[in-house]
Write a protein that binds this ligand. Structure first.
Ligand SMILES: Cc1cc2nc3c(=O)[nH]c(=O)nc-3n(C[C@H](O)[C@H](O)[C@H](O)COP(=O)(O)O)c2cc1C
Length: 184
């Protein structure tokens, strides 16, 4: 039987779900909420697709268009948060990350792996968020020079498990991940 007091096992469980989010499009971890802070200090949250998860590097990866507001926000404040709710596992995962915006030759490898049908997500004209006259008054050319990889270096992980008795733990990354139980 699992030891409910095992912090490492709790963290392991979260990483299993993060890895599944990358490979299994039916996992709720596939589409986290990703929150940034605007230059005016306002919170901004949106759905993104999880494209990479490396426990070894403590990194999650998102792909986006460099003209989106999230990139503008991250240029002013590189900290972001993820939120994932896994209803079958009764698990909430919240993550804080320091985000590097990678573009150009640094993301050639990732661009090569983006299927042509998905490349049109990078290059919309006019840029995402621009006012348009009609619902479909835009074009979606695929533009590699608009493609960005958000390398999200994880700094904090907060887990809440809803069981007969709830469990909550916080993990902070210094050189290693240090965890502690929290009152839920
Ligand atoms: C299911 C789903 C997945 C999405 N995946 C992404 C994504 O991976 N990257 C992205 O930039 N936007 C993605 N979007 C669109 C964003 O939610 C958002 O509308 C867009 O990026 C503009 O956001 P921003 O102006 O706040 O940056 C997704 C939307 C949905 C509904």
């Amino acid at each position: 039987m699992n030891n409910a007091n095992d912090l490492n096992a709790f963290l392991d469980e979260a990483w299993v779900h993060l890895a599944l989010g990358v490979t299994d499009s039916s996992s709720p971890a596939r589409y986290p909420t990703f929150a940034t802070v605007s230059p005016e200090g306002k919170p901004e949250a949106r759905t993104v697709a999880l494209r990479g998860a490396s426990r070894f590097e403590s990194v999650l990866e998102i792909h986006t268009d460099i003209t989106t507001l999230k990139v503008f926000a991250l240029e002013h404040n590189p900290y972001a948060a993820f939120h994932i709710w896994l209803p079958k596992a009764d698990l909430q995962i919240r993550l804080t990350a320091f985000v590097e915006i990678l573009t150009g030759a640094d993301v050639d490898l990732q661009w090569a792996k983006v299927p042509p049908s998905s490349r049109v997500s990078y290059g919309t004209v006019p840029p995402p968020g621009t006012t348009i006259e009609e619902a479909y008054a835009y074009k979606k050319p695929a533009k590699q020079n608009r493609f960005a990889v958000l390398k999200c270096n994880l700094k904090e992980i907060d887990l809440v498990h809803l069981g007969a008795c709830h469990r909550r733990a916080s993990f902070v990354c210094h050189n290693n991940w240090l965890g502690t139980w929290l009152s839920p």
